[in-house]
Ligand binder design. Structure first.
Ligand code: CU
Length: 87
């Protein structure tokens, strides 16, 4: 189980939809305010200058996977990273 803090530092304050492959997560808080309800998600919109905390239970997928912005242009320009999940 991990908590990740997604911080949108885009100088143009553009919103970016964060997408994590394979591993559903829940949004815990936005800018320190608790999320009013919990739901399983694969994508969360991180608004300009916003900090979103998510909780990810890595359950049964031991491999490399990716996370990326779900706007195709951003993804193609490299707004993407790898995650290596170990047992
Ligand atoms: Cu983006």
């Amino acid at each position: 189980m991990e908590d990740w803090e997604l911080v949108n530092v885009d100088p143009d304050r553009m919103d970016h939809p964060f997408y994590l492959h394979v591993n559903p997560f829940q949004v815990i808080s936005r800018n320190g305010q608790p999320e009013p309800y919990r739901a399983w998600k694969d994508t969360v919109l991180v608004k300009g200058a916003e900090t979103v905390r998510i909780r990810i239970p890595f359950r049964d997928f031991v491999e490399k996977t990716v996370y990326h912005c779900h706007i195709l242009d951003h993804e193609d320009l490299g707004m993407m990273g790898n995650v290596e999940i170990e047992a």
